[in-house]
Every structure is written in C-alpha cells, then in structure tokens.
Write a protein that binds this ligand. Structure first.
Ligand SMILES: NC(=O)c1ccc[n+]([C@@H]2O[C@H](COP(=O)([O-])OP(=O)(O)OC[C@H]3O[C@@H](n4cnc5c(N)ncnc54)[C@H](O)[C@@H]3O)[C@@H](O)[C@H]2O)c1
Length: 414
C-alpha cells in the first residue's frame, strides 16, 4: 500500500498532537503544510520523525495539489472559507480523495450543513475528527462488556465529562469566533462520547435517536473581576462585555428505534477545572454491569518538590493543559494514543486508501452540531426541548446562540 499523502491546514496545538499520532500509524506522510505560524516547526518535526518532507505552501490550493487528503486543523471561524477553497481546488483539478475536519464541524447548523454540502459537491470522502470515539479506554471496555449486554440489556446511562482550566489560544475565548464557550468547544466531545457508549453493538454511530435535551450554561470562574482581568491581559478578551460560558451540563434522552427504550447521556464540560490538567472522565451504567474512565489516573506519577521545581518549567510535556510544575504530577507516556488521536488517524488512512468515508463522516459531525446547538437553545429557553417536535427542529436549522452572537452577558450574569 502506498503512503497516503496528507496536507495540513493549521499547524497549531491539534496539528502537532496529530503529527505525534501519525508516527504510530503506517502508510501515511505529511506532504504539505499551509504556511502560517508553527508550520516550519511542524515540518521539522515531520522530517525528524520519518513523516515525510512537507512542502510549505502559500495557499490552500497548493496544499490540495500536493496531497491525497487534507485535514482542516485551523480555528472554528475559518472552517467554511477553507472548505470552499478545497472544493474550488478540486474543481480546478486537484486530485484529492478525502477531507478531514476537526470538531466542531460548524459554529452553527447552517455552517455544518454548508461543510457537508461542499464536500458532497466536490465528491470527497470525509472524516469528522471526534477523537474520543476512538479511545481504546472506551472501546476496550465496550468490547469486554458486550457479552453482559447481550445477556442483560443495553447501557441505560452514560456520563461524559471533559474539563480543564481553559484554552491556550485567544480565539477560543472569543465566543463569536469560536461559536460559544465550553459547550461548543468540548460539549461536542462529551455528547458524542455518551451517544457512543449507549449505542448497541454493531449499530451505526447515528443509530440512537435524540428525543429530548435539557441543559445549563454558567460562568463560574472567568466572570469574576480578578479572572476577567487575567483574560484581558493574556488573551485580549473582555468577559464583562462579551463572555462565554466556562461551565455547561445537560442531559440528552435517546430512543432506541428498534425497541423504543429510552436511555440518557449526561454531559458536563468546564474551563474552570483547577486540577493537575485535562481530565476526561466517563462512566456507563447498565443492568448489573458498569464501566468507568478517568484519564487523570495514570500508572505513572512523578514528584517534584519545591527545591527541584525550577528545573521543570515546561509543565505541558507531562500532561495536556497542565497547571502545575511541582508536587505529585500525573504523567501519560502516550497521550496521542490515550485520547484517541492515533485511532482516528488510523481509521481515516484506512478509509481514504479504500476510497470510503471514515467511521465518522461530515454528516455525523452535522448531527453532533445540531445536538450542541439544541443544548444551547434548551439552556436559553430554560426548558426541556422536545427534539421530535417539527417546530423545534425547524427553529434549530437557523438558530444561533446568544452567547455566540456576543450577547452572553445578558444570560450569564443574570
Ligand atoms: N480534538 C481535540 O481534542 C481538539 C483539541 C484542540 C483543538 N481542536 C480543534 O482544532 C482546531 C484548531 O485548534 P488548535 O488548538 O490547534 O488552535 P491553534 O490556535 O493552536 O492553531 C490554529 C492553527 O490554525 C492556523 N490558522 C489561523 N487562522 C487561519 C486561517 N485563516 N487559515 C488557515 N490557517 C489558519 C494558525 O496559524 C495555527 O497554525 C479547532 O477547530 C479546535 O476546535 C480539537
């Protein structure tokens, strides 16, 4: 099998993480990188690690012309514009097989639908990058529990959380450019993970029908005056005027279309989790069996006392979004694999090499965008939304949350 040549559009945080994952996957190389910010550093990393000799390109079109597949790894507000350029490049002769896009597929349902439409028009296979559904921790637990499920019945409750102390780039904190706050940023992971855990064996990722959603959004830490000042200084955003939520929680009810059984997914996401670093935690509860995951528990711990702390200034080498450089620290030897990036790349490479969509395609990404937007709408209305109601479904198609319109102060400071 010849290598799949992958073009990177975006060379920041996630691009670097995915390059680490690519090292663990055969039959792929980085052929081109869109020349912005960290592109030279990423190219150097690729050369040093046998991932090819990427060409630094001045345009999206050039990246497409040098690749079999391209990955959209740039900020949320650039999605549609970049996808339009990719579709144009294909029309002008670029021989691309597929396109992958990081979560969320769109800041609104309108944007996510446009992404699907452009990919279809260009005849491209798609991969929606939702790494958590590729986490071995989840999938190994599910595999272990399949016999119990077939004897006892399905999971009836899944809980999924992703929490850390706040994002690293200023655009994430701007609700207009990002599409909201933590619900838009990480709620998409937790909602998808709940649905995945609840989905019966052998069924498609979109098998369970969402029938109702309730949610809450809050600004628990970063709306306090001293933390607003920190945000202004560090990221240039003014949370007195245009805040985003730093906490969100909710419940989505899903119906099994074959049995009529209702199961529930409960999600919680926050940017005010002041512990060692990123924690992804999940559990699944079924009749007589259960699973539980907590990524902050590692078999590897290190201790750095006060005297030795000066030597460990670069905390994030130990754990994503680390907040401390001393004390007892959890360390993960292979985070790219732990969070599912390796599995996600492997799935995409295999799918595109066989001219197929990845396990999660853009259509799936659109459905997750709908659920995230439904959660914002439920929080704004303060009601349980009936997702089977045609009026609600229609309203969602053109809905844009108040927070993403820059009007979050009206609801988050109430
Ligand atoms: N799956 C995950 O767990 C995960 C984690 C982090 C980020 N993400 C997603 O990945 C995407 C990128 O996030 P990040 O953390 O890498 O951000 P980042 O700010 O670290 O990097 C963004 C990159 O995009 C480039 N860029 C900026 N504007 C651009 C434009 N107009 N055209 C092309 N490139 C442009 C920047 O130069 C930079 O290389 C986001 O959509 C985010 O939601 C996913």
């Amino acid at each position: 099998m010849k290598n799949l040549k992958i073009g990177f559009i975006g060379s920041g945080f996630i691009a670097q993480f995915l390059a680490k994952a690519m090292i663990q996957v055969r039959n792929c190389e980085i052929s081109a990188i869109y020349k912005r910010s960290h592109a030279p550093k990423l190219a150097e990393y690729a050369r040093q690690n046998g991932l090819g000799d990427p060409f630094l390109c001045d345009s999206v079109k050039e990246v497409c012309n040098l690749s079999d597949a391209v990955m959209i790894l740039s900020p949320n507000f650039t999605r549609v514009e970049i996808m339009e350029k990719i579709a144009d490049s294909v029309q002008e002769g670029a021989e691309l097989t597929g396109v992958a896009c990081e979560k969320p597929l769109g800041r609104t349902v309108v944007e996510a639908k446009r992404m699907v439409e452009l990919s279809v028009k260009a005849g491209l296979k798609t991969a929606y990058f939702e790494n958590q559904l590729h986490m071995n921790l989840i999938n190994n637990a599910l595999e272990q529990l399949r016999p119990q499920q077939s004897a006892m019945g399905q999971f009836f409750l899944a809980r999924s959380t992703e929490e850390h102390a706040g994002p690293h780039s200023s655009w994430f904190w701007d609700p207009v450019r990002q599409g909201g706050g933590v619900l838009s940023d990480m709620g998409c992971h937790s909602i998808a993970a709940c649905r995945h855990i609840l989905t019966p064996e052998g069924k498609d990722p979109g098998f369970l029908q969402p029938v109702a959603v309730q949610a809450d959004t809050g600004l628990l830490k970063w709306g306090q005056p001293q933390y607003r000042e920190q945000l202004k200084k560090k990221f240039g955003v003014d949370y007195a005027k245009t805040p985003a939520e730093d906490f969100s929680t909710g419940i989505i009810s899903f119906k099994n279309p074959e049995t009529g059984q209702i199961v529930k997914g409960q999600f919680t996401d926050s940017w005010m989790y002041d512990k060692q670093g990123l924690r992804v935690a999940m559990d699944g509860l079924g009749p007589g069996y259960a699973m539980e995951i907590n990524t902050l528990i590692s078999p590897l711990e290190i201790f750095i006392g006060d005297e030795a702390a000066e030597g460990a200034a670069d905390a994030e080498t130990a754990l994503e979004k680390s907040t401390a450089t001393r004390g007892l620290l959890a360390v993960h030897p292979n985070e790219a694999d732990l969070y599912g990036y390796t599995g996600e790349i492997l799935d995409m490479v295999n799918a595109f090499a066989n001219n197929k969509h990845a396990m999660l395609d853009f259509q799936y990404g659109l459905e997750i965008t709908r659920l995230v937007q439904a959660a914002y709408m439920a929080a704004e209305k303060g009601t349980v939304l009936d997702l089977t109601d045609k009026n609600i479904q229609n309203e969602l198609e053109n809905y844009q949350s108040l927070i993403s319109l820059g009007k979050g102060a009206d609801i988050l400071y109430k």
